[in-house]
Design a protein around this ligand. Structure first.
Ligand code: SF4
Ligand code: SF4
Length: 159
């Protein structure tokens, strides 16, 4: 008797499972085929920090005040600048973060007097060593500036 009961319960559970599968077939998809498909990120998403490119100048507005470096509780920011003229302001020459220790607390973004620090939308970072987590924001900025220029050119051609 127990044998037939097991077959009955097993069959019932199979039908229930198939019912769920068939029902899902006719419902809208809630998954995407990553990485071929990507969904828009929330505006609240925090990737590692980056230097913002301002439209009017086509570059960042960092004044090398070092507020971010001094404020970072994890001590992961290294900023360097150089004076072009003896009495002039410093120009940013190097901005590197160690993202492996960044807690994304946002203090650097808040303290920046020129609002030139923002969160990137980066979420596909991979690395095998600590060195892979050293992010050179100046190099990243150069790529962004080039990308913005290309996008502008494409928009102008399309208009
Ligand atoms: S988000 Fe916080 S931990 Fe990360 S670099 Fe900025 S101040 Fe440092
Ligand atoms: S706080 Fe802003 S302006 Fe000052 S060094 Fe950092 S990024 Fe540059």
């Amino acid at each position: 008797m127990g044998y037939f009961k097991d077959i009955f319960v097993g069959g019932l559970s199979l039908i229930e499972g198939m019912g769920v599968t068939v029902r899902r077939l006719f419902q809208p998809l809630v998954t995407v085929q990553y990485p071929r498909q990507k969904i828009p990120l929330s505006s609240a998403y925090r990737g590692h920090i980056e230097l913002k490119v301002f439209e009017e100048s086509g570059t960042h507005k960092c004044i090398v005040c070092l507020n971010c470096e001094k404020t970072c509780p994890s001590g992961v920011i290294r900023v360097q600048g150089e004076k072009q003229k003896e009495k002039g302001p410093k120009t940013l020459t190097n901005y590197v973060i160690d993202f492996s220790k960044c807690s994304l607390c946002g203090l650097c973004v808040e303290i920046c007097p020129t609002s030139t620090l923002v969160y990137s939308k980066e979420y596909e970072l991979v690395g095998e060593t600590g060195a892979d987590c050293q992010i050179d924001l100046m190099a990243r900025l150069a790529t962004q500036v080039e990308k913005t220029r290309e996008e502008k050119k494409t928009q102008e051609i399309a208009a």
